[in-house]
Design a protein around this ligand. Structure first.
Ligand code: NAD
Length: 499
């Protein structure tokens, strides 16, 4: 596929492609070589206001479209994504940088989510309950809320919008979508395909631009009752504060500092594969990336050698080349941040086993490439073991027991994903019970979520909501309890006790 170049893109508001009110644009660039992907509208508050108005108007009709019909549009959308899967993955490898196989996985997750949520169109279950009074009927139903502000990061540029937009739509809400400024072309394709699937004008709108101009206005807009954001902890805290005056529903999916525990009875080859995949897949730019490896001291040396050997075999290169294992980081400032943590780790006294440098040679110098990096002798309270680096850096922490391993794993402010490699069923069940994370894997890495289970984390990873699975519907609906009295007389609950 020819990758774009000089084309100028637009916002999609009320079913029309329009420029930003300012007429200004920003560029999206390829992180592997700096090529321009395209120019996108640099929108501001007035563009957001227009999109919210369109979404508010569309809500008045969309909420009456029968839910099974809304679901059928998601099925058509899933079909269109499937037909365009190879092109979307190729575009993703150019705009976001991830390797083709993983880009295909990102797109597949959107297909799975839309099929799952499309099915919700024929479920959206509420409850019926008995009444404490005669000739009275009780039920609860899910109601749509209104305009949903969807704010997404760049690291899963097709999957994450689907986790939010598919449940929002099937439940009868309308959407104003602000994708990350590093991946606007993918956001744009997502919305184009939704329109092609038959979603009516105004039901989904896209407004490109920065967090400060577009995101902040969306969060502050009085006619946007729901905000769903995936991003960093710092952004989440700001959004929560900005939404407080309007008492919005705010759904936050934030950072992680995920750990793999390797016990002395583990299959070390399996553990090595799981750790390498979790630490360096997507160049470590996953909220669920394994940036800590907590290892029983008896197998510490053996595991360390295996990990270093495997990391040093990985080939860096552009995501679209078939033999690439590790693509670039998203942008220059991410590269600088990741490299600064190598300095921090060294200064803290950790031992750099491999990596720790910006890659150059063979054209890599034109992109944001960083060598897979492993630190040993890491203490649990070091910054490299506490802070989200969001790059291909992992810290090995030695421990003496399962108790210590769980204590260290839980000793961070985040609580997204965790994993344990052990052949001991008792230890596995201890980990399932005691690891304080939203997701736990047994004998697998920290990544591999499926769309029909809740996704999200404890502690500072979020604010108690989940996306995916049935849990996602709670973000995008209000419960309404309905009491129908067919007795023909006034029956007073709790007072007129039925015989
Ligand atoms: P980010 O917080 O910088 O940006 C996320 C989005 O928020 C972007 O669209 C950005 O423009 C917007 N934004 C920024 N400031 C805003 C503001 N004040 N008001 C409204 N919107 C604003 O994050 P990022 O760099 O794009 O993504 C990386 C982060 O996302 C990491 O911390 C990662 O762990 C997290 N993440 C979490 C999950 C999860 O499910 N828990 C999944 C993927 C990524």
């Amino acid at each position: 596929m020819a990758i774009l170049g000089t084309k100028t893109y637009k916002n999609f508001i009320g079913g029309e492609w329009v420029e930003a009110a300012s007429g200004e644009t920003f560029e999206s660039t390829n992180p592997a070589n700096g090529d321009t992907i395209g120019a996108f509208p640099k929108s501001g508050p007035e563009d957001v206001d227009r999109a919210v108005e369109a979404a508010k108007t569309a809500f008045e009709e969309w909420r009456f479209v029968p839910a099974p019909k809304r679901g059928e549009m998601l099925f058509r959308f899933a079909q269109l994504i499937q037909e365009n899967k190879a092109d979307l993955a190729d575009l993703m490898s150019h705009e976001m940088g991830k390797v083709l196989a993983e880009a295909g996985g990102d797109v597949q997750e959107a297909i799975d989510m839309c099929l799952y949520m499309g099915g919700e169109g024929r479920r959206l279950f509420g409850q019926t309950t008995p009444s404490e009074l005669r000739e009275k009927f009780n039920m609860s139903v899910r109601m749509p809320i209104g305009v949903v502000g969807v704010i997404t990061p760049w690291n899963f540029p097709i999957a994450i919008p689907s986790w939010k937009i598919a449940p929002a739509l099937v439940a009868g809400n309308t959407v104003v979508f602000k994708p990350a400024t590093d991946t606007p072309a993918l956001g744009e394709r997502f919305v184009e395909l939704l329109a092609e699937a038959g979603v009516p004008a105004g039901v989904v709108n896209i407004v490109h631009g920065g967090g400060g101009a577009v995101g902040k206005r969306l969060v502050g807009h009085p006619d946007v009752p729901v905000i769903t954001l995936t991003g960093s902890r710092e952004t989440g805290v700001q959004v929560l504060k900005d939404a407080a005056d309007n008492l919005k529903h705010v759904h936050l999916e934030l950072g992680g500092k995920n750990a793999v525990i390797v016990m002395d009875d583990a299959d070390l080859s399996l553990a090595t594969e799981g750790i390498i995949w979790s630490a360096f897949g997507t160049t470590g730019q996953r909220c669920t990336a394994a940036s800590r490896v907590i290892v029983h001291r008896d197998v510490y040396g053996a595991l360390q050698s295996k990990l270093v050997a495997a990391a040093e075999k990985m080939r860096l290169g552009p995501g679209w080349e078939e033999d690439t294992d590790v693509g670039p980081l998203i942008n220059r400032s991410a590269l600088d941040k990741v490299h600064s943590y190598t300095g921090i780790g060294r200064d803290e006294g950790a031992t750099l086993l491999t990596g720790g440098e910006i890659a150059s040679g063979n054209g890599l110098g034109d992109g944001n490439f960083y060598r897979p990096t492993i630190f040993a002798d890491v203490e649990p309270d070091m910054r490299i073991a506490q802070e989200e680096i969001f790059g291909p850096t992992s810290a090995l922490i030695p421990v003496d027991s399962i108790d210590e391993a769980i204590r260290v794993a839980n000793g961070v402010k985040y609580g997204l994903s965790s994993s344990i490699f052990t052949r001991d069923v008792n230890r596995a069940f201890r980990a399932m019970r005691d690891l304080d994370t939203g997701i736990t894997y047994i004998n697998a890495g920290t990544i591999g979520a499926e769309v029909h289970l809740p996704f999200g984390g404890t502690k500072d990873t979020g604010n108690g909501h989940r996306e995916a699975g049935q849990a996602a519907l709670d973000v995008f609906t209000e419960w309404k309890s309905i009491y129908v009295d067919y007795s023909g007389k006034l029956q007073k609950a709790q007072i007129d006790v039925a015989e």
